[in-house]
Design a protein around this ligand. Structure first.
Ligand code: ADP
Length: 395
C-alpha cells in the first residue's frame, strides 16, 4: 500500500509518500509560507530537488499542490491520486487519546476541544486533516499523536503535585512529547539488543529536546510535561526551572503572561545563556573560540541531560541502553561524549573513536569496552512510524 504522511504546521505542510510494500520513500517535501505567499520543495530519490513558488492561501491549496506534484507527468511518482491507500496525520497533542486511531468526526471534535492545550500545532494539524479529507474522502485517515506513547505512564509519573482539582478540571498533567520519535528509536534499540523488554533511555536532542525512559516497550517517564517547555534546555526553551522564577521575573520586570511565555519559549535555552544562537553548531563554534557563555550554555545542556538519565536509571533499577537521536543526538559527538562521561559507576561508557567517527544516517553502537549499558546512535524516523501505524489501521 502507498501511504501519504502529512505533518501540518501553522504555516507549513510537510509530506512523505511511502510505498510500504517496498519499504521505500517515493517522494517527500514541504509546502512553506502557507497563508503568506507560498514555496514548495519536492524531493525524489536520485533526482534533483524541485523548488518553486506557489499560491497557498490555506492548507487545502497546499495539499492540492502536493497531490498535483505527486501525479505530475515529469515530477510525479504515481499516475493517479487513487494509488494512495491511506493518509497518516501527525498530531503533536492527542490529549487523552491513547493510541493511533482512524480519524472520524468524533475524534476531530475531541481534538478541537483540546486545541487550547496545543495552540501552536493543534489548529493547523486539524486544518491539514480537513483539507486532506475533503480532497481524499474515500480513504482512511489515521491520526498519530506524539503524546500517545506516554499513555501507559503511572499516575505518579504524570500527575503533578498541585491541587488535584486542576487535573480533573483542566487536565493539567504530564503529557510528554516527541513520542513517535522515542517509540521508533526505542523499538530499534530493543531490536538491536534482541530484548523486547529492555530498559532503554532515549535522548531526542534537536531544536526541541526530550529524554524518555522505556521499559518492556512502554514509556514509563519523560522529561517534557504539560507542554514541550519542560525538561532539558533546548535551542530557545528553558526546560525545567524553579516554577517561581517566571513569577518573580514578571513582578520585577512588570512582564505580561505573553511576554513571560516568550522569554521562556523563545529567548532562553542555548540562545538565552550563550547570547550567540539557538543552533548548537553556532554555540559550539563560539565556545571553541573562547566565548565563556557559549561554553556555559553547553555545560548546562550536558549537566541537565545527565541528571535526567541518572534519574531514569534509578526509576528503572538499571538500564540496558542509552540512545541518541535527532539533530544534535545524531550528529554531535561532543555532546554525546559530555553526556556519557564519568558514568562508569553506572556502567555507562562510550568508545571515543566510534563516537567521533559515527557515520551519518546509520544505526551505530558506540559503547565502550565492557560497558554494561550499551550506547547507540539511531537516526529517528517519525514519518515511517506514522506510515506504519496508518498501514496497520488500514489493512
Ligand atoms: P528540530 O527539533 O527542529 O527537528 P533537529 O532535530 O533538526 O531540530 O535539530 C536541530 C539541532 O541539531 C540544531 O541545534 C543543530 O545545531 C543541531 N545539528 C544539526 N546538525 C548538526 C551537526 N552536524 N553537528 C552538530 N549539531 C548539529
Amino acid at each position: 500500500m502507498k501511504i501519504l504522511v502529512v505533518n501540518a504546521g501553522s504555516s507549513s505542510l510537510k509530506y512523505q509518500l511511502f510505498d510500504m510494500d517496498k519499504g521505500a520513500v517515493l517522494a517527500k517535501g514541504n509546502c512553506e509560507r502557507i497563508g503568506i505567499d507560498g514555496v514548495v520543495t519536492h524531493k525524489r530519490p536520485q533526482k534533483a530537488d524541485y523548488k518553486t513558488s506557489a499560491d497557498f492561501p490555506d492548507h487545502r491549496a497546499a495539499i492540492e499542490c502536493v497531490l498535483k506534484l505527486l501525479t505530475d507527468k515529469d515530477l510525479g511518482v504515481i499516475s493517479d491520486v487513487k494509488e494512495i491507500g491511506a493518509v497518516g496525520h501527525r498530531f503533536a497533542h492527542g490529549g487523552e487519546i491513547r493510541k493511533s486511531t482512524l480519524l472520524g468526526d468524533r475524534e476531530i471534535e475531541y481534538l478541537e476541544s483540546i486545541a487550547d492545550l496545543n495552540p501552536l500545532h493543534g489548529p493547523p494539524a486539524i486544518s491539514g486533516f480537513k483539507a486532506c479529507k475533503e480532497v481524499m474522502p474515500y480513504i482512511n485517515h489515521v491520526g498519530v499523536f506524539d503524546t500517545s506513547y506516554y499513555s501507559d505512564m503511572k499516575e505518579e509519573a504524570f500527575i503533578y503535585p498541585i491541587p488535584y482539582e486542576l487535573y480533573e478540571e483542566y487536565k493539567i498533567r504530564r503529557y510528554g512529547f516527541h513520542g513517535t520519535s522515542h517509540r521508533y528509536v526505542a523499538a530499534k534499540a530493543a531490536e538491536l539488543l534482541g530484548n523486547r523488554n529492555a530498559k532503554i533511555i532515549t535522548c531526542h536532542l534537536g531544536n526541541g529536546s526530550s529524554v524518555t525512559a522505556t521499559m518492556n516497550g512502554k514509556a514509563i517517564d519523560t522529561s517534557m510535561g504539560f507542554t514541550p517547555q519542560d525538561g532539558v534546555p533546548m535551542g530557545t526553551r528553558s526546560g525545567a526551572i524553579d516554577p517561581t522564577v517566571p513569577l518573580y521575573v514578571m513582578k520585577k520586570k512588570g512582564l505580561t503572561v505573553e511576554e513571560t511565555e516568550k522569554l521562556l519559549n523563545n529567548q532562553s535555552g542555548l540562545l538565552g545563556v550563550s547570547g550567540v544562537s539557538s543552533d548548537c553548531r553556532d554555540v559550539e563554534t563560539a565556545a571553541e573560540n573562547g566565548n565563556a557563555r557559549a561554553q556555559l550554555a553547553l555545560k548546562i545542556l550536558i549537566h541537565n541531560i545527565r541528571k535526567i538519565i541518572g534519574s531514569y536509571i534509578a526509576e528503572m533499577n538499571g538500564a540496558d541502553a542509552i540512545v541518541f537521536t535527532a539533530g544534535i543526538g545524531e550528529n554531535d559527538s561532543s555532546i554525546r561524549a559530555g553526556v556519557c562521561a564519568d558514568m562508569t559507576w553506572l556502567g555507562v561508557g562510550i568508545d571515543e573513536e566510534l563516537n567521533a567517527n559515527c557515520p551519518r544516517g546509520e544505526c551505530v553502537e558506540i559503547s565502550g569496552k565492557g560497558a554494561k549499558v550499551r550506547t547507540f546512535v539511531i537516526p529517528t524516523n517519525e514519518e515511517y512510524m506514522i506510515a506504519l501505524d496508518t498501514l496497520n489501521l488500514s489493512k
